[in-house]
Design a protein around this ligand. Structure first.
Ligand code: FES
Ligand SMILES: [Fe+2]
Length: 397
């Protein structure tokens, strides 16, 4: 598909209907999305609890780009390209680890954690080390969540910070502990995974455990009264309740909503699964739901945080990473049982994975044509509109 075909495809898009097949299966569309969406947005990479000590790092890969996300000291986290400035070798070959310095495995150039070139052996006297520091990309953190932008001129980060900051603060992610990280590879286009997590039209039929925990998730109960009652209680405790809606051109969404009466946590029996997290003192904080396009989702209850990161691998494969965070003092085996803690989202995530893969399977057939979204899928429309607008603007350049 050449550029003029792509422009025509985008021009044919009808808001309110699912996308035409090529949006979900074409590698040319994905290449364009890489430039227009993924390389020009703030992308979620992970959290600071993954890097508790100076020298801790993990690799973040998206398509051909590979970055070393590394802590240089108590405060600073960097995102360096995993490419030596001598002849380009990858510096880190493990997925994560701890280093005192970054030493290239090829000819042993030595870089400090902040990217400074410290030693390039046998180079001439007049060799200027400062010219060969590691190349890095923009990086921002909000209360322990780490975002990067691959573009030299990133979009304004402040709207994301402003939307999320008050919701995140009580969890104290900077001092929290990783309970578990799990990675899945889905046979589905990344946008189908994103769409799935922007509506609960499917929840009543697909998620009995989720609907048992969250009032109104089945879309058959009126939640306005309980929402209002709870908002008064949350406000008294200083917990943020201000809805942050994704409006055209913005990327972040934040909301707090109630669990059912007598449900304390996202767990199979509704009971608490760990000690209250961060500044929370009880199990009545409801659920904090955060989303940032294109790849970050978080659902947090009083005793743990669950995050989801999605990354396209190809038009038909999406990598999904789940992370469970608990309070820094929570001890496994005493304060939480890993199986109990992770079961709820493993089951719910598995149900969603099957829905996304089924969706992709059907879209690949010749019988697929765009269908109408229901009114309750308005946030899916918002997401798809956002993607198509990004493509439209990018293709004009
Ligand atoms: S490529 Fe890294 S030192 Fe030569
Ligand atoms: Fe779902």
């Amino acid at each position: 598909m050449d550029k003029s075909n792509l422009i025509e495809l985008v021009a044919r898009y009808k808001s309110g209907y699912s996308l035409e097949q090529p949006f979900y299966v074409s590698s040319e569309v994905l290449d364009t999305e890489m430039d227009c969406i993924w390389k020009s947005s703030w992308i979620y990479v992970g959290n600071t609890a993954q890097l508790p000590k100076a020298g801790d790092y993990f690799i973040f890969r998206i398509m051909e780009e590979e970055l070393i996300i590394i802590r240089s000291n108590n405060e600073n986290i960097h995102a360096h390209y995993n490419s030596c400035t001598h002849r380009g070798s990858a510096l880190c070959t493990e997925q994560s680890g701890h280093v005192a310095k970054l030493i290239c495995p090829y000819h042993q150039w030595v870089f400090d954690k902040d990217g400074t070139l410290l030693n390039a052996r046998m180079m001439p006297q007049d060799f200027c080390h400062a010219d060969y520091r590691l190349r890095s990309v923009h990086i921002k953190t909000i209360e322990g969540l780490i975002f990067i932008c691959l573009n030299n001129e990133p979009p304004d980060f402040e709207p994301i910070r402003n939307g999320f900051h008050s919701y995140l603060k009580p969890y104290q992610i900077n001092n929290s502990k990783i309970a578990s990280i799990k990675r899945y590879s889905l046979n589905a286009n990344w946008k189908l995974v994103a769409e799935n997590f922007r509506e609960c039209y499917h929840c009543g039929g697909a998620h009995p455990e989720y609907c048992k925990a969250v009032v109104g998730a089945n879309l058959r109960e009126d939640t306005s009264l309980i929402q209002k009652e709870k908002e008064l209680i949350w406000a008294e405790k200083g917990l943020c309740t201000e809805l942050v809606e994704v409006t055209p051109g913005t990327t972040s969404y934040a909301v707090r909503y109630p669990l059912r009466q007598d449900v304390e946590s996202y767990s199979l029996d509704g009971k608490r699964v760990s000690i209250p997290m961060g500044l929370h003192t009880d199990y009545d904080a409801g659920v904090v739901g955060l989303v940032n396009y294109p790849n970050f989702w978080m659902d947090a209850v009083s005793d743990y945080i669950w995050t989801m990161r999605i990354i396209p691998v190809s038009a038909s494969i999406t990598d999904v990473e789940f992370c469970w965070l608990v309070d820094e003092h929570a001890l496994e085996g005493k304060d939480y049982n890993l199986d109990e803690l992770t079961k709820f989202w493993e089951i719910t995530g598995d149900q969603d994975a099957k829905l996304c893969e089924n969706n992709f399977r059907g879209i690949q057939t010749s019988g697929y044509q765009p269908g109408p979204y229901a009114a309750v899928e308005d946030q899916v429309v918002n997401f798809v509109d956002w993607c198509v607008e990004k493509l439209r603007v990018g293709l004009q350049q």
